[in-house]
Structures are given as C-alpha cells and as structure tokens.
Design a protein around this ligand. Sequence first.
Ligand code: PLP
Length: 386
Amino acid sequence: MKTIYFDNNATTKVAEEVLEEMKPYFCELYGNPSSMHTFGGQIGAKIRNAREQIAALLGCEPSEIIFTAGGTESDNTAIMGTLAAAPNKRKIITTRVEHPAVLVVCRELENRGYTVVELGVDKQGRLNLAELENQIDDDDTALVTIMYANNETGVVFPIQEIAEIVTGKGVVFHTDAVQPIGKIPLNLSKSNIDLLSLSGHKLHAPKGVGALYVKKGTRLSPFMLGGHQEGERRAGTENVPGIIGLGKACELAAKNIEEENQRVKSLRDKLETALLEKCPGSRLNGDKENRLPNTSNISFEYIEGEAILLMLDRYGICASSGSACTSGSLEPSHVLRAMGVPFTAAHGSIRFSLSRYNTEEEVDYTIEKMPEIVNKLRKLSPFVAK
Ligand code: PLP
C-alpha cells in the first residue's frame, strides 16, 4: 500500500537534492570545522555557504544566523538568552496558542518568578493587537514571543505589524517561524523582528538542525555553553551535514516558493472544500483567509480524531489530530481550546498538512475515503441521535 503523507507540519521528507548535498559530509569530508588541519578547515567554507543560503531566503545578513539543533533549541535560546541579557526585566508576553517549545518554557519561567502574560485569540485564532499593545510595559517587559504561523491551524499572525508595535516600545521581539519558513515569503531586511526561529525538518532538510536569526545589535546571551563555535554564540560541534542540508533546502525553497505555494494551496483547497461539502457536521478551524497554504484543520463533530486517524491509516493516509507533540494524549488541543472550539468538535479535529510532494491523485483518493470513514464512525458514536 502506498503512503499518502498529509502530515508535513509534523515533519517533511528530506528532498533528494538536499540528501545528495549532505552525503559527502558523513564518510569522506567528515572533519571537524574547528580543527587546525586543512581536512577539517575546508568544511568552514561549506558552512559559510549554508549560512548565505539561509540568509538569502530570509533577506538578512549571513552573520545574523546561528545554527542550532532545531526549532525547540532556537526557541529556548531566544527566550532564555534574551532574559539573561536583561536581568532586571521580569515580564514576558506570549500567546495561548504557541507551540510547547515556547509555551512550556514561559510557564517554567513563571514558576521561577517571572510575570508571564498569555494573550488569548478569537474564534478564528486571531490576536487582538490593541490588547498586546496595552500589555507591554516598557520598563519591565523583557520579551514578546509570538509565533508567525500556528502549527495546528496554519493561522498566520500579522507578524510585521506585531514586530512594529513591540519594538516601537523598545522591547525585544521573537517569533517562532518554524512553520511558515519555506512556505511563505519573508524579507527580514524590511522587518523589525529581532529574533526568529526556524527548523530544518519542516522544510525538507533533516531533523535535528535549525537556525536562530538574531538581528544585528540584539542583546542575547549564549544559551549553550562550552565551546567557541558560532562566534561564541552557540557552543557545540556543528552538525555539518545537517547545516549543509538546511542551506540547500533553503536554496530550493527560495527558488520555488511562489510557484509551490500556488500548487500546494490549490491541492489543499480542493481537499478542504470537498471534505467540508461531503462530510456532514464538519467545520473548518482557523482564519480561512490568513493561513499557511498547506494546512487545513477540520473538525468532524461527535467523533474522535484518533478513531479517524486509525481508519485513515488503514488506507495508508497519514494526518494528525492536534500537534504531533500533543497527540497520544486524550486532552483536546490547547490551540483549539483557546479558540473556543466546542469540546465535541475539538475532539474530532484532524490536521491535513501538504507539501510539494503531494499529488492530485492523493487528494482525490482521500476525498473518496474520508466521507466513508466519517459515516462509519458516526454510526458508532454514542453522541449522535440515530
Ligand atoms: N515550533 C513550532 C511552531 C513547531 O511546529 C515545532 C515542531 O513541531 C517546533 C517549534 C519544534 O521544532 P523542532 O521539532 O525542530 O524542535
């Protein structure tokens, strides 16, 4: 049975071109870039090249990129590094719909005595920017950390406007951009964003590599200690093949971003429109207009998302209920709860997330199978009048 992979917000396939670029750096050119000999030293040029490829996608300077071990480390570094650089400030502002890589860190900081404000969202997952502005206390706010696009619903926040509000008050602004990078264009040279996290495995590079953009002049203490790598900004021997892969993946994304956006969006829209039409009791979660082009989060009322996933799995179709990190728990997603999605709908939510590798046939097959699955499960549901 062929696998139909609609779980690209959880992770993506490594692009063949990316793998090819990485291959020599495992068994042939395996030197340590910090070594004095030429064998290791030659790797430095490849790392510089990767930094340039990432900077080109983001519209920033290569020196503003720090390599990390992924999105979680980038988020932790941005938050902890900013607080360490401003020890007298004790307030952090974030949102209730962040990924745990931000939310759990902020809640831990609250336990350690920081004041943490979690901004709510409306029914469509949108922020109230006036509320954000009111919450910023210039003297005490160390950091505002707000995601660019939500991993569960795909809702995109007006990040440039948010960055202007925050930095206009002299406060550092970090955004978790793990989901949108490679999916929608961004130009940091025209932006007030101070810190931005991205992760390789969401854009067809391998897992365990990521980057943190640090705008020139931003005060950030190192989070990982114990080495001189990355200009003393992130200790630890570089993940050389991963970094090279991330650079190549960014180059590929930069080349095709507009075209792929359109193709993926039209596949996503075809799937979404058909499922909402053919499956009674279904509803879309999140702001329909301001969304990533690849993501669709649909609730099928009165049935369990996990049951739908198991039945999809029998047909080789991979999707997700809630985020990959929260799946496995029976708690409905914190994102949908923050949006006020009723319990009966939040439990039956499925996220389809597409990529450039999906095809129309895969979409058509899913459109054929999904109503069958929903009808079957509805018949078993104790909540539906028969
Ligand atoms: N932030 C967001 C929005 C994510 O979706 C994820 C992964 O799902 C992460 C952070 C964590 O990234 P990583 O898996 O690279 O640690």
